[in-house]
Write a new protein. Structure first.
Length: 550
């Protein structure tokens, strides 16, 4: 093995942004520890044969005793000549951070790295272990291959809780645990003003708007990734949580889960519970369950794959998992009751992912070919429900000559990924601030008959960001997180009309906007009741009122 890592720059215990290898390097390498091949029926040849089917330029290599001694690992990986690396490790649970630290400190971009746990569970067959090992490696390769290496590298670091540390780890800062910190990429941002979806999605108060920029407080950011999913333009970035990489990984997992007849466990990367290799679940690691939406869960179910949610010790993450499971199950109970059991629920960090006596539910007969996974909201939820509705309708039509009309339903929840907007027309002045603040186009103000302002709303396009609520100066707009019918089917519904112009009954002169006059009258009702009364009547212009105030 090559010598010590004397050429690596030390890691500094701080939050920083650093330079990395050129982002244009698209070569990918899958590095397997020789322990993996010794303890399973895997071989480099079998892994290469499977993984290079869709990625012929992929390199698959085996390293002897990858972590023992660990000193030559970096040089060996760097010698492969790839900018994106997937490491298959037999002891990833305890060695993952050390492996990542070694590669990152040598200049590899964190979003181009993945360490896959290939430790088989007790009592599993060699065939199951081999098939699931390849499935996990394939998902990791898809993830790093599609990740954006142009995003800033920003992370925070804390001391590792490991009981024993070597002298090299102590002086080289290899003992530090990294946690990613969100970054704002201004050139990609399409938002404006103080109301931004990313700021609304952050429950930790780490994001704020300063002028035209979004500021990230590294000390408050937990790296949950909620802002990344909420951002429609990709301006919010998080190391290791590129949406395109997650979508590619999810797509690979769905295909293999369907083929192997297993489910997928959405696992917080900080969870102590591992997803055992060779059992009934494939793991899908995310920065936190706060990043996961009901649309993710429903898309996997629509593809015929059962879902488990594994949270960490953080209360927000664990609570999110429970609420997501409950809300998604409730939605399925209305859309596809036969698939309610495909959501196995949520478990905590300290619990072990159960080994069920039976495999997760098999793929329902009405599920068709798999076309891919969409993770950005609100499309993730609307597309999943549209697919589920189509599948169930097709199955119903095949068994009954007629199909009863779908009844209206509504589900509210703090984790609902869509919004339902209501406008109090008695307070609306027709200023259109709400429509101007809506960047997704779900709330629109158009000219109607007789100069009236017509407000329309498309629930399927509303990400529940709340920008319209915060923009309304009169407090006339309210929003609830909910999924309703006739949404998520595309289509707009009228919220109401606001009359903007009338004529004076005395002289025929065009009057000011009635809604604005009504609001002013309400504010003057106590201090100037006579003036308020005239404004409320609102049928005469100011000149006529001055000439004849009666």
């Amino acid at each position: 093995m090559p010598g010590a890592l004397s050429s690596q720059p030390p890691l500094l215990p701080a939050t920083d942004e650093r330079a990395v290898l050129p982002a244009t390097d698209g070569r990918v390498a899958a590095v397997l520890c020789s322990d993996v091949c010794r303890h399973t029926s895997l071989s480099v040849e079998s892994v290469r044969s499977e993984l290079t089917k869709g990625l012929p330029q992929l390199q698959v290599v085996e390293l002897q005793d990858l972590c023992a001694p660990f000193s030559g690992f970096f040089e060996a990986v760097r010698a492969v000549g790839a900018g994106r690396v997937v490491v298959g490790c037999h002891q990833a649970r305890t060695r993952r951070q050390k492996i990542l630290n070694s590669l990152i400190s040598g200049g590899f971009h964190p979003s181009g790295l993945a360490v896959v746990d290939l430790m088989p569970a007790d009592g599993t067959t060699s065939r199951d272990v081999a098939e699931q090992s390849i499935a996990r490696l394939r998902a990791a390769v898809a993830r790093v291959s599609h990740s954006d290496l142009g995003i800033p590298v920003r992370d925070g670091r804390t001391a590792s809780t490991a009981a024993r540390l070597s002298r090299r780890e102590l002086f080289g800062f290899g003992y530090l645990d990294r946690h990613p910190v969100a970054s704002w990429v201004g050139r990609r941002c399409c938002g404006h003003g103080p109301s931004r979806p990313c700021v609304a999605a952050c429950t930790h108060g780490a994001l704020s708007v300063a002028g035209s920029s979004v500021s990230v407080d590294a000390s408050a950011c937990t790296g949950c990734g909620a802002c990344v999913i909420a951002c429609p333009s990709g301006a919010m970035a998080l190391t290791g949580a590129c949406v395109s990489g997650l979508e590619a990984s999810a797509g690979a997992l769905v295909r293999d889960a369907r083929r192997l007849g297993v489910g997928v466990a959405f696992r917080c990367s900080k969870a102590g519970a591992e997803v055992p290799l060779g059992r009934q679940w494939l793991g899908f690691d995310v920065p936190s369950l706060q990043m996961v939406t009901a649309g993710w869960v429903l898309q996997f179910v629509a593809a015929g794959v059962a879902v488990q949610l594994v949270g960490c010790d953080d209360e927000a993450c664990a609570t999110r998992g429970v609420e997501l499971a409950r809300f998604s199950t409730a939605l399925l109970g209305e859309i596809a009751p036969a698939r309610r059991d495909m959501i196995a629920g949520a478990i905590a960090c300290s619990q072990a992912v159960p080994r069920t006596a039976e495999a997760p539910p098999t793929i329902p007969a009405e599920v068709g070919p798999f076309g891919g996974i969409e993770l950005r909201e609100p499309r993730a939820t609307t597309e999943a429900i549209a697919v589920l509705t189509t599948q169930i309708s097709a199955a119903t039509e095949a068994t009954r000559p007629t199909v009863a009309p779908t009844r209206a339903w509504r589900f509210e929840s703090p984790v609902a990924p869509l919004g339902d907007v209501v406008v109090d027309l008695s307070l609306c002045t027709g200023c259109q601030c709400c429509a101007q603040a809506c960047r997704g186009g779900s709330l629109v103000a158009d000219d109607g008959r007789d100069g009236a302002l017509v407000l329309t709303f498309d629930p399927s396009a509303c990400p529940a960001c709340g920008a319209c609520v915060r923009a309304c100066p009169e407090g006339a707009v309210s929003l609830n997180r909910a999924v309703v019918v006739p949404s998520p089917a595309p289509g707009r519904r009228a919220l109401g009309e606001v009359a903007r112009e009338r004529q004076c009954v005395s002289c025929g002169k065009r009057l000011a906007g009635a809604p604005a006059t009504r609001v002013v009258a309400a504010r003057l009702k106590t201090s100037h009741p006579e003036v308020a009364g005239r404004l409320i009547r609102g049928d005469r212009c100011a000149d006529c009122l001055l000439r004849d105030p009666s």
